[in-house]
Design a protein around this ligand. Sequence first.
Ligand code: 13P
Ligand code: SF4
Length: 325
Amino acid sequence: MQATQDLKEIRQRLEATMLPFELDAAMPIIEEIHRLKREKHAVILGHNYMTPEVFHGVSDFVGDSLGLARQAATTDAKIILFNGVHFMAETAKICCPDKLVLIADPKAGCSLAESITGADVRELKRQFPGAPVVTYVNCSAEVKAETDICCTSANALKVVESLPDETVIFLPDAYLAKNIQLKTTKRIISWEKGKCMVHEQYTADDIQQYRKQVDDLIVVSHPECDTDVTQASDFAGSTSQMEGFIRSRKEKNIFLITECSMGDNLRSVFPDRTFLSTCHTCPHMKKITLTKVRDALLYEQFAVEVPEDIRIRAKNSVDRMLAIG
Ligand code: 13P
Ligand code: SF4
């Protein structure tokens, strides 16, 4: 989704979650980032989990992993600054080898991506010969290179169903795999070590408490949660699909079961709704701050690189996913 570039409108959006003195400190940095973007012909992509000043303040495009991967693949900007975690910026580099792809903090990792290596995938292929490997994009380029086709939480079922095989290796998110298993007759082989450190903290008990206490409520969760949580929800989907579901409903109160900043960002988009959350934050996403974003553009740091032999193989599995939708 395209974000506004109008500084007055940006300030108004940020007023939903920031105090006047915080805004007074942030606005000059936001203005500087907009100037640097124009001077350097850069595009800024912002994941739904960025803090409001990064999400609403400086992004050209915002969205989920799938939407931003598509945006990266088609941009004509010289520089892509990816405000998200490392695997997302790496996916942009896989798609756009000739562009300078930057991440404001290269240590912004992901517990799912860190749970598996290329050697682990090779071993699984040895154990289940002939079974195709689907990997969630939350993994390294090295893992993508061992993969037949990638997916995101927005298209995982579609990707699995697109394959002719009855047995599919689905990596690395064990809970997303469990959620897919509920919806397909295929046999899903999963990777038990792969869990999102944020979404694994939610329980179905949280949902029962809110349902008892709050009227006019919908519960919206991410499929990186265990199946007891997604099944107790009214909807489970990717971060952008969650927003789409909320837009399609009229309930006043939304219990949002996903990373904390998403609720803050949606407060500006849906000012008449109340967002409730037990609010778990992703320490990796939170490494991307406004000042680091400014420095990334100013000093053109930190460049994301992928060795060419790995990139070409990883691109095949990303391209296959993008062709499916
Ligand atoms: P989305 O693709 O739904 O935005 O999810 C990415 C992610 O890291 C969720 O934790
Ligand atoms: Fe990874 Fe979970 Fe953070 Fe998303 S929220 S980047 S899956 S650790």
